[in-house]
Ligand binder design. Structure first.
Ligand SMILES: Nc1nc(=O)c2c([nH]1)NC[C@@H]1CN(c3ccc(C(=O)N[C@@H](CCC(=O)O)C(=O)O)cc3)C=[N+]21
Length: 283
């Protein structure tokens, strides 16, 4: 079998086209969706992602700002910035780019964001709502993955989804969303024994481990759907996923590339969440 590629960049462009129309309609009602992105320090990867978010906002006619803060900012100063954004009626969405410097208590920062403005879907209230299947802001990468599956009418109910990775921002929530859609979900992680024997059972394999090209055809059942969440920068500057694309493509029915896969969808779901926030849809 040669896998069909699910191109996240193309799907994003389609979705952004209809969001652009929606933003224009909101403008007519005097609602101007606005995203504030907080960037602490000088991590080049973070800067590049944050610029991508700003660019995508502009593409759909949505306003956004990047609030740049020094690496040396204190916990209290950062909490003050968030408190200002929480109060600012112009601001519908707040995103604090991760990772944060080591001296910052990340969890306290996330919990300081008003859940109604938490367009990343990282606040424990929104995670709890997601777990209980209520309408809320879904975290952007898991939400984007589900959209990619839906775009090809890939069945989820009754399918065995195996997630490699259990981070709070990708692995755990994507498993939960798949469970909400009635998949049978198994998590693998660094302590898992004989991982191949488990991943080979997967109808849908989600790979979020953070190791370049780790997953090849030996981990994959014939006809499986393979979603690659990895973003690894190689020494030559190129990007590659956690999946060995050419090898996996021999067995998969559908596969997502890196770049132009899950990454662009993450940004697109952020825009969708910001529009949702502007409409006041999450209480
Ligand atoms: N609070 C917070 N929210 C996030 O959503 C968040 C974060 N922190 N920290 C880092 C991760 C990573 N992330 C990406 C988004 C888009 C691409 C993306 O568009 N990638 C392009 C390539 C971009 C390039 O060439 O560098 C692609 O895969 O085609 C990648 C990674 C969001 N994250």
């Amino acid at each position: 079998m040669t896998a069909e590629i699910i191109n996240g960049k193309e799907l994003s462009m389609e979705l952004k086209q209809s969001m652009k129309e929606e933003v224009a309609l909101l403008h007519k009602q005097n609602i101007k969706p606005h995203l504030s992105v907080v960037l602490v320090g000088n991590n080049p990867a973070s800067r590049s992602y944050v610029n991508g978010k700003k660019r995508a906002s502009e593409e759909i006619g949505m306003s956004s700002e990047i609030i740049e803060l020094p690496e040396s900012i204190s916990q209290n100063e950062l909490l003050d910035v968030i408190s200002q954004l929480n109060k600012d009626k112009r601001v519908h969405g707040i995103l604090v780019q991760l990772p944060l410097p080591k001296h910052i208590d990340v969890q306290e920062i996330i919990e300081a964001i008003n859940p109604k403005k938490d367009v990343d879907g990282f606040h424990p209230i929104n995670i709890g709502r997601m777990m209980t299947g209520q309408d809320t802001f879904l975290s952007c990468t898991p939400f984007g993955i589900i959209q990619m599956l839906h775009s090809r009418n890939i069945p989820i109910a009754g399918q065995h989804a195996v997630i490699i990775g259990r981070s709070n921002i990708v692995g755990k929530p994507v498993g939960q969303l798949l469970l909400n859609e009635n998949a049978t979900v198994t998590y693998c992680h660094s302590k898992t024994k004989d991982m191949k024997s488990i991943t080979k059972l997967a109808d849908i394999l989600i790979v979020a481990v953070g190791r370049a090209n780790m997953i090849d055809k030996d981990y994959i059942k014939d006809g499986a759907v393979v979603i690659d969440v990895g973003i690894n920068r190689l020494d030559d500057g190129s990007l590659t996923g956690d999946v060995d694309f050419d090898s996996a493509s021999e067995k998969a029915s559908y596969i997502t590339p890196v770049p132009k896969g899950v990454g662009p969808m993450t940004i697109t779901m952020l825009l969708q969440n910001t529009i949702k926030a502007a409409k006041g849809m999450v209480k």
